[in-house]
Design a protein around this ligand. Structure first.
Ligand SMILES: [Mg+2]
Length: 185
């Protein structure tokens, strides 16, 4: 574990996992409809804090419910519209959502921990510097994704992840927002 950098400013980017970080995960299932999308406590206000500090804020999410045929991209889009509206209302923002619809067993998948979604983000926002990026997630997959790209890794929640993968561990996204706020002020 290393401390959170103190020099975070608009040249830094924030990568966020979605399920289990932004919204409640559905155990053994998928968020297929807007009404199934429920923010975790104090997430919108956390994004308002991040928005004042980070240059770019993106979501990177595996959504194999699409690959399984349980939902389609239109439905996912509707879920994300609800998310973005909710964040906006609280003064927060997400610059883009990058998702991978592949099944877990697909070869050459875009799924995390592959760096595919990180590269997509960099394509859209060339100013993103992975060495000045933070990946926040709730699983080992997220931590490996961040590590592979050279980002600082932050684990939220109580998942068990090998310690060497995790730079910082917090209870939830809001705890991280408070920490960042304290560090830059
Ligand atoms: Mg997750």
């Amino acid at each position: 574990m290393t401390p959170i950098p103190e020099n975070i400013n608009k040249s830094w980017s924030l990568f966020l996992d979605r399920d289990g970080v932004i919204n409640r995960r559905i155990a053994g299932g998928y968020v297929r409809l807007p009404e199934e999308f429920i923010f975790l406590p104090r997430v919108p206000e956390s994004l308002a804090v991040f928005g004042r500090i980070f240059g770019r804020i993106v979501i990177v999410t595996n959504q194999q419910g699409i690959g399984k045929g349980l939902m389609d991209e239109k439905q996912l889009e509707a879920v994300h519209q609800k998310m973005l509206k909710g964040l906006e209302k609280a003064g927060g923002r997400i610059d883009a959502v990058f998702y991978c619809p592949d099944l877990a067993d697909k070869p050459d998948t875009c799924r995390k921990p592959s760096s595919f979604l990180a590269m997509e983000a960099k394509k859209q926002f060339p100013e993103i510097d992975f060495r000045k990026s933070i990946m926040v997630g709730d699983t080992e997959t997220d931590m490996i994704f961040g590590r592979n790209a050279g980002m600082v890794t932050v684990l939220v929640g109580d998942g068990t992840v090998p310690q060497e993968m995790v730079d910082f561990k917090v209870r939830d996204l809001f705890s991280f927002a408070l920490l960042i706020k304290k560090n830059v002020e």
